[in-house]
Design a protein. Structure first.
Length: 207
């Protein structure tokens, strides 16, 4: 049994060049209600990370392309709140420990994964830390936390567009827009689009 209850809808990015492992982890985590995306190489992972927000990244350190530590640093530069869990083979233990220093990575798990419940536990602990360190930003600093894409979406919200209409305007999927909105609500400390628009209007971001 899980030590902690899963957080429904949490967004997880799985990165590994072992496609069979990716498929297994995707199926396992989806069963618990997580929204999972997979990437089999570092370039694909970076592209996905830039396109949509993720709460937790689960990644192998040794893959073709970017060095695993460079990939970790890039994830943190793009979104410091995203927690990263390292999957480490025996030969990459030293790198995994280096990744944990300074809190850059949240945890590492030894490959092969013999007990997938340990992954669930690590993810829930990472999500709990992410919630604890969520900044309560004073206005108007809260607006500085929004990315350019998120500001664009808020502007469309203020014009009364729904998710599908926004998706059509900026050539993204409905699901991606929904994910962006969840992240916007988190950053603004609101619960819905109406509250988000009202707050941004009060701060002069939108009319």
């Amino acid at each position: 049994m899980l030590d902690t209850a899963p957080e429904p809808g949490a967004r997880i990015l799985l990165v590994d060049d072992e496609r069979d492992l990716l498929a297994m982890l995707h199926e396992w985590l989806s069963h618990f209600g997580y929204q999972t995306r997979t990437a089999s190489n570092t370039l694909e992972a970076v592209a996905l990370f830039k396109q949509e927000p993720f709460d937790v990244v689960v990644t192998d350190l040794k893959m073709p392309g970017l060095d695993g530590l460079q990939l970790l640093s890039l994830f943190k530069e793009l979104d410091a709140r995203t927690e990263v869990i390292i999957l480490s083979g025996q030969g990459t233990m030293e790198d995994a420990i280096q990744a944990l220093r300074g809190g850059r990575a949240f945890d590492f798990l030894q490959k092969p994964l013999r007990d997938l419940h340990k992954l669930n536990h690590a993810i829930e602990q990472a999500l709990a830390r992410r919630r604890r360190k969520a900044p309560v930003l004073p206005t108007p600093m809260v607006l500085e936390a929004l990315t350019e894409r998120e500001r664009e979406i808020v502007a469309w919200l203020a014009q009364g567009l729904n998710n599908r209409e926004i998706a059509d305007r900026i050539c993204l999927s409905d699901k991606t827009i929904k994910n962006h909105l969840s992240r916007i609500y988190d950053k603004l400390g609101v619960n819905n689009r109406t509250q988000a628009v009202l707050l941004c209007q009060q701060l002069g971001m939108v009319e």
